[in-house]
Design a protein around this ligand. Sequence first.
Ligand code: C5P
Length: 296
Amino acid sequence: MNRLQRVRATAYGKLTLSLRVLGLRPDGYHEIEALTVSIGQPSDVVEVEAVPHPGGVTFAVVGETDHVPKGMDNLAARAAEDVMLRAGRSGHGVLLTLRKRIPAGAGLGGGSADAAATIVAVRTLLDLELSDEELLDVAAGLGSDVPFCIRGGAAWMRGRGEILDPISLRAGLGFLVAIPPFRLATPTVYAAWDELGGPEATRRVEPQGTVARLIGALANDLEPAAEAVAPDLREFREALERAAGRPALLAGSGSSYVVPLERGVDGEDLAARVSRSLRVPVVAARSTSVGVRIGS
Ligand code: C5P
């Protein structure tokens, strides 16, 4: 059988539809319970190519690279190294190119999605003999959200995020994702949550469609912390809610906001109108059943 020379994978972002923070743990992470879905838009693309030299991982990132680490400290580059090391194949030459579209620091799990797609792409490229459990273990070592991005679809995330309870949820649920002109770092938002004494979310958003069978109300406990770190966020959210005519909830640790849409709403048309009104990128996103798609 001919060895593959090149593998391409699409890395899908994710939305936390609801995020409860249960407390600070002795290891510095926070215990969470989050209802999370993969979304088809925005997405990144990872390309891996087997090369005779140099040995090890060579990394390049192109596209929308603001706030994206350009060197081997990028989570995707580390993911390639870690999965090759776990399989005892770290001497192989792999050229990794990351095409970025998911904005960094927006709470859409872009870095985690890139790491997940890289793990799966490198396993395919080098035909690594690693089980799904071993892949998830490598993923959890890279970041709390990487295991979810590998499995994709919909799940309750527990522990620090790495414990997954998959949910069968119809793909194609509609959302607007509005991206403000500023970014937030996850550790900063969690630290603010600690400093504020561990607040609970004060706002609740009604779930739409089949999500209503899973949860009575959507809330994000990091929202008060994020709005304290970046006071402009609140005004942004209120303007978004006026323009969209629907309530919005912070995505993960921010800075994006999510507007859940009822079935049958033309998300593209609404996204275009809200984007014009707020003068920021607004994406019409749909939930998808996978976190990584090989070969597209
Ligand atoms: O796991 P990951 O490396 O993605 O986490 C980045 C940072 O986010 C952690 O260092 C921590 O500050 C914060 N975090 C947390 N609790 C979680 C997940 C992340 O405090 N459950």
